[in-house]
Design a protein around this ligand. Structure first.
Ligand code: SF4
Length: 401
């Protein structure tokens, strides 16, 4: 068998296994020589289960979709006064830069709802209005935004709900029902306590109101501030319906605990295929929420945009200031959308292996450091050149389409 034929046979074998078992395969080959031909035989097949997304209905939000086979999107929320449209737009632009894909703003009063017009006209991503209780604010907001976050059960009498639903239908915008464990209806709390079952029943109750009005463009969230109840609520709900899910651990806390809780809760659900859009809630600047959200999706292989840095924690062997370099690199490249994998490694112990897997890598060495590109050493560079060289290479890759 020729080398090409052997390659084709292997490929078709791999494809058939992949299709049959829905597996990602990592295959290592060992070459062997027979007369003048080099053959490759499979040395080892590694199987990694792919994430299989729950089949959810697709809902249009501005120029994007949530659910179905659409990419899982990262959302955030502004912290400015919505009435101050200029400050809000400025904050949204900063969020767009780091990869925010959908932005939500609170509209607690009519003045804020009116400011949504100017905000919408000056941003590039879908706009969601967060409204509670007052249907008149919803009726104003619906003219400008791409989605409403509202709980119909909190609006009051059926006629008011009907008016809001009609307006959403007229403007062709969806709603998100957002159930939070901390604000459950009293009767559900009396029946189930602070439990995932109560959250699911609350969501079903709100949904029923909308379904009776023949409205199905709904995204649902079931947020709790503790991971076990949040995860269970989403799992229970995901079994019952095909509505797309907005994932969140609400009031997750400050940066480190909030990031850990969000990664745990959302990570478990996303790995099981549950979740169509995510929002990280941190007591932090919202750009940090977006960065954490992007990292969670990248860690699971669900999105790959942007510069991804593999770096070592450093130890006594390090020949280069990895920590400082990574900090500078992440800051300098945070607006890049093209997937580029960079390795920054302190020494030759794990450096070459990680750098060969990356698009570009730096391995600290005594004297001059090694620059890897597409798996090969291309240059030796000194300390002062590292950032400049890395950024130049990254720029070239980014410009290369
Ligand atoms: S790559 Fe080298 S410097 Fe970095 S942690 Fe490993 S042994 Fe230490």
């Amino acid at each position: 068998m020729s080398r090409q034929t052997a390659g084709k046979t292997l490929k078709s074998k791999i494809n058939s296994i992949r299709l049959r078992q829905n597996l990602v395969l990592g295959v290592t080959f060992s070459p062997y020589r027979d007369a003048s031909q080099i053959y490759y035989k499979i040395k080892k097949i590694i199987t990694i289960k792919m994430i299989q997304r729950r089949k959810s209905r697709k809902v249009k939000v501005g120029k994007l979709y949530i659910g179905g086979d659409s990419p899982i999107t990262v959302q955030s929320m502004t912290t400015t006064d919505t009435v101050n449209a200029k400050a809000t737009v400025k904050q949204i632009h900063g969020l767009e830069d780091v990869g925010c894909e959908i932005i939500r703003v609170s509209a607690p009063a009519m003045e804020a709802a009116k400011a949504l017009k100017e905000i919408k006209e000056n941003i590039n991503i879908p706009l969601v209005a967060d409204i509670h209780f007052d249907y008149r604010i919803a009726l104003e907001a619906v003219k400008y935004v791409d989605k409403l976050r509202i709980n119909p059960g909190n609006i009051g009498n059926p006629d008011k709900v009907q008016q809001v639903v009609k307006a959403c239908k007229d403007y062709g915008i969806p709603m998100r029902i957002g159930v939070n464990l901390g604000s459950l209806e009293k009767d559900l709390f009396d029946k189930h306590g602070y439990s995932p079952e109560a959250m699911v029943e609350s969501a079903m109750r709100h949904l029923k109101i909308l379904e009776e009005l023949d409205f199905y463009d709904t995204v649902v969230s079931l947020k709790a501030s503790d991971v076990p109840r949040m995860v269970k609520a989403y799992r229970l709900f995901a079994e019952k319906t095909d509505y797309p899910l907005h994932l969140g651990v609400t009031e997750a806390g400050s940066k480190i605990p909030g990031t850990v809780k969000s990664a745990m809760g959302m990570g478990m659900l996303l790995f099981e295929g549950i979740g169509d859009t995510i929002r990280i809630s941190l007591s932090e600047e919202p750009r940090e929420e977006v960065k954490v959200g992007k990292q969670i999706l990248r860690a699971l292989g669900l999105r790959n945009e942007g510069v991804q840095v593999t770096s070592c924690p450093t130890c006594a062997r390090t020949n280069v200031d990895v920590i400082k370099l990574v900090e500078q690199l992440e800051e300098a490249t945070e607006k890049i959308k093209k997937p580029i994998h960079v390795a920054v490694m302190g020494c030759a112990v794990n450096g070459p292996g990680e750098s060969r897997k990356a698009d570009i890598g730096i391995v600290g060495a005594p004297g001059n450091h090694l620059l890897y590109k597409e798996g090969k050493i291309v240059k030796r560079i000194n300390d002062n050149e590292i950032m400049e060289v890395l950024l130049k290479e990254i720029d070239e890759m980014n410009d290369g389409g």
